[in-house]
Design a protein around this ligand. Structure first.
Ligand code: ATP
Ligand code: MG
Length: 557
């Protein structure tokens, strides 16, 4: 893992180290998910960025749950986030919880009140919104803006004690109702909500707003560099305002640095959309292999290495742009190339009979398990008279440049013999039921035979020993990328998951759950970690073999 591509962030941190603001080991970063859903590929980028920077300096990395919103947070999300990050290769101590700091946040609000920098407002939410003004006109001061410090303190304490109903009062920062930055027009920092802080299992009557809570969470933990996505750029002034006005932090406040969100073509990135798909049962849970949640990618068969390499390649930038999904696919292929067994599996079978092969003979051929990695050794594959090949590997009337099997043509059966098509057997309706071939015993693989050449090698399995398996083939979940919350459900691709029964060579029986295997010529597949067992040999296609993406050529030094 390298972080060279995150240059502008590294530069800022190195400036802070060179000017002795911090020593290297003092650098602390954090990844702060809200536990209201599972993590997705965008979070992979943010989490690895923060983690790798902390590692680079020998500093510290915090996983912090930003759990300041009581209604949407659940324990299952906390558990899945920890599990997914560990799987991704991150190491961290006990997670931190923003809600642990509620009492401190309340105290700091009292400090702001005492400094004349916060006031209790009795306006309704609607009035506050109306009086905020807009980009072209300044806001209007609340009639409660000039309450005395004593009155504000008293009212805020009573808010904390639960004397008022939600919406009756809020605590606002007193900044500037005419600021060109709307976020500085006296933002609400505490609202009344009667909820339980799930983590502390403690009742609170006021809950902090994000713009107030986040800088304090960072500062309390000693975070030095708070990396977040670009949409928070306009919130940086309020981040700084909060910390500059609190005595404990004003000397060395953390700094917020923004980077571009990750967006992917052909994918639904965004917790809100993913949650809707899960809630409406359009996908089979947060770990549905069609989702770009970490859990979904894991189940699909992606590896931590593939996600790390992908993150490294996309780097960090200051402008939003979409990354090609094919790039993600490239990295999983690249990782599995030398690791995965390569087996013959026929996804859409058609029967072949070798008419000159002895009826009851079965030959145990030896075949390399991964041609690119001889260390994986060899395994046996039975060859016999009756075989299956892929229906698409035969054409009765071949089109131009079709070099696979057709009447009169000869191909190599991978790891076995040359076979030549002599005949096609059809049923009454004219459907092909069997292809008849002859084989040439001299052409056995590995025999050194080189008198003739054939243009194609195709995969096959022997009918007698073929193992039926269940295979899930996936396509994009979304057929139109310009989706928004109103139209995206109707743009879901109904063919995004197709399940077929395929025939595999017997070596497939040695597969373990979550093992990745290349089905020759058909792609990489994962034995479903949840559903695969000896009575249900279920595989998910991770990716096809053909790539549409090539890594850019690196400049030669
Ligand atoms: P979403 O928009 O998908 O709901 P979020 O920003 O609400 O995501 P959080 O749980 O608040 O999700 O995010 C935790 C961290 O992950 C934040 O620092 C956020 O900026 C970052 N993050 C979220 N989505 C992306 C993304 N697509 N690319 C990069 N970083 C992201
Ligand atoms: Mg969020």
């Amino acid at each position: 893992m390298d972080t060279n591509s995150s240059n502008f962030i590294i530069h800022k941190i190195e400036d802070d180290i060179n000017s002795n603001k911090y020593s290297e080991e003092e650098i602390i970063t954090r990844f702060p998910p809200e536990p209201n859903g599972f993590l997705h590929i965008g979070h992979v980028k943010a989490a690895l960025l923060n983690y790798n920077i902390a590692k680079r300096y020998g500093g510290d990395f915090h996983l912090r749950f930003d759990d300041t919103n009581p209604s949407k947070e659940e324990q299952q999300y906390i558990d899945s986030i920890i599990d997914d990050l560990k799987w991704l290769g991150l190491e961290f101590d006990e997670p931190y919880f923003g809600s642990n700091y509620f009492d401190q946040m309340i105290d700091y609000a009292r400090e702001l009140i005492n400094k004349g920098l916060a006031y209790v407002d009795d306006q309704t939410g609607e009035e506050i919104k109306q009086n905020r003004g807009d980009l072209f006109s300044p806001g209007k001061d609340s009639p409660y803006r000039n309450r005395s410090i004593e009155e504000n303190l008293d009212l805020f304490n009573r808010m904390v004690d639960g004397e008022f109903q939600p919406g009756e009062k809020v605590l606002r920062a007193k900044i500037d109702m005419a600021s060109p930055n709307m976020n500085l027009r006296d933002p609400v920092i505490f609202r009344i909500l009667n909820g339980k802080n799930e983590h502390l299992n403690k009742e609170y009557h006021v809950f902090p707003m994000y713009d107030y809570a986040h800088p304090l969470e960072d500062a309390i933990e000693g975070v030095t560099h708070s990396l977040c996505t670009l949409e928070f750029e306009d919130h940086r002034p309020i981040y700084d305002w909060v910390l500059n006005n609190i005595d404990d932090f004003k000397e060395k406040p953390p700094v917020q640095i923004e980077f571009a969100r990750l967006e992917l073509t052909d994918s639904i990135v965004g917790k809100r959309y993913i949650k809707q798909l899960v809630d409406e049962g359009i996908v089979d849970g947060w770990d549905d292999p069609r989702l770009v949640t970490i859990s979904g990618l894991r189940r699909r068969g992606y590896t931590p290495e593939a996600l790390q390499d992908f993150s490294e390649e996309i780097g960090i930038s200051k402008s939003n742009s979409k990354v090609d999904y094919k790039m993600l696919e490239h990295f999983v292929r690249n990782d599995l190339k030398n690791k995965a067994k390569r087996l013959n599996v026929v996804l859409n079978p058609i029967k072949v009979v070798i008419t000159n092969y002895p009826d009851d003979q079965v030959e145990e051929l030896e075949i390399e398990t991964n041609m690119d990695n001889p260390e994986m050794g060899k395994h046996k594959i039975p060859f016999s008279k009756n075989l299956y090949i892929e229906a698409s590997d035969f054409m009765e009337e071949p089109v131009k440049k079709y070099f696979r099997l057709f009447p009169g043509n000869e191909v190599r059966l991978r790891g076995a013999y040359f076979v030549k098509c002599t005949d096609v057997i059809k049923d009454e309706d004219g459907n092909i039921v069997e292809i008849h071939c002859t084989y040439d015993p001299e052409t056995k693989s590995g025999s050194g035979f080189n008198k003739r050449k054939v243009k194609s090698t195709i995969h096959w399995v022997s009918e007698e020993s073929a193992v039926p398996i269940k295979v899930n083939l996936y396509d994009n979940l979304i057929s139109d990328e310009t989706f928004d919350s109103n139209n995206f459900i109707e743009n879901i691709n109904p063919e995004s998951k197709v399940t077929v029964t395929a025939y595999a060579e017997p070596e497939i029986l040695n597969t373990l759950p979550n093992e990745k295997i290349q089905f020759i010529r058909n792609g990489y597949f994962n034995a479903d970690p949840k559903l695969f067992n000896k009575d249900n040999l279920e595989f998910n296609r991770i990716v096809e073999l053909k790539s549409g993406w090539r890594p850019p050529k690196k400049d030669k030094k």
